[in-house]
Write a protein that binds this ligand. Structure first.
Ligand code: NCD
Length: 306
């Protein structure tokens, strides 16, 4: 049985197959409409979500399956003190596959040690968010036609942003990848990511504070929200929250074929005036999230459609 805890759980070849499957699903949805008839997905969300929970549910419904779950810890037995390991033992009896989001790093990993069904990590604290990475990879591959030989700008909250951590883990396995890390001093990429991932693999990167300085050299700009819920005090958050605002003027500094991604939700970091720019790929990215999660559910349940 397979789980998805980190993007590294799939080899580059397996990722390629999964992205190809997602692309086939996009082109031929009818072919997959009954692939999961009779199967159930449980979504256990101990932390708020819109896209991640609903796109997992849409994915299972599009495959002909059913969904159940909860969307906050308050409405589950966690509020009575039940442990993740006890909850997942029960859910294993009710569902065929489970997507879990939790504020604590490693909670989905604990769940998979007690589970008899595949678990998908749908975001654990400031750690990882592998299904967002699958979505990001599919988007980059679709807009740029490749996943190698690119300069990727990661901008915003690189300290707490789990989507950034997972995306770096996945991208360093492709050749010719270079990063520009754009953040305020306080929200720099954590040491463990710089030393254990970038330095260890000799990945070229530079750190800059001003977005304007980075714009001209980027192939992809990955914007992120300042992760309010992970701050220890409100004052620091207020000081950081509008540090970056991508607007038309800054887009004018970028290449014609530079695309902007954002895992969403956005707060103020991308002005709405950028939405009409053909290089704004973030809403398309959210749509790709459904296809890639359909491909993931089929892969983890080992269901093949001819
Ligand atoms: C991201 C997350 O939850 O980490 N959202 C998402 O899943 N699309 C990014 C964020 O909340 O800022």
């Amino acid at each position: 049985m397979r789980h998805l805890m980190s993007p590294l759980d799939f080899s580059v070849e397996e990722l390629d197959q999964l992205l190809n499957l997602a692309q086939d699903i996009e082109k031929n949805p009818a072919k997959y409409a009954h692939a999961c008839d009779g199967k159930k997905l449980a979504t256990l969300f101990y932390e708020p979500s819109t896209r991640t929970r609903l796109s997992h549910e849409a994915a299972m419904l599009n495959l002909g399956g059913n969904v159940m779950g909860f969307s906050s810890a308050d409405s589950s037995s966690a509020s009575k003190g039940e442990s993740v390991s006890d909850t997942i033992r029960m859910i294993s009896c009710y569902a065929d596959i489970c997507a879990m989001r939790h504020p604590k790093e490693g909670a989905p990993m604990v769940a998979c040690q007690h589970s008899s069904i595949p678990i998908i990590n749908a975001g654990d604290g400031g750690h990882q968010h592998p299904t967002q990475t699958l979505t990001d990879l599919l988007t980059i591959r679709n807009v740029k036609g490749r996943l190698d030989n690119m300069t990727i700008g990661l901008c915003g909250d690189l300290k707490f942003g789990r989507t950034v951590h997972s995306l770096i883990h996945a991208l360093v396995r492709y050749s010719g990848i270079r990063f520009v890390l754009i953040s305020p001093e306080e929200l720099r990429l954590p040491d463990y990511m710089r030393q254990d991932v970038l330095d260890k693999k000799d990945i070229p990167y530079k750190e800059v504070v001003r977005l304007e300085d980075a714009m001209p050299e980027l192939d992809i700009l990955y914007m992120t929200r300042v992760q309010k819920e992970r701050f220890f005090n409100e004052e620091d958050y207020v000081r950081m929250k509008d540090f970056y605002i991508l607007d038309k003027k800054k887009m004018g500094l970028a290449r014609k074929d530079m695309y902007v991604l954002h895992p969403l939700p956005r707060v103020n970091e991308i002005s709405v005036e950028v939405d009409d720019d053909p290089r704004a790929a973030y809403f398309r990215q959210a749509q790709y999230g459904v296809y890639v999660r359909m491909a993931l559910i089929l892969t983890l349940l080992d269901i093949h459609v001819d």
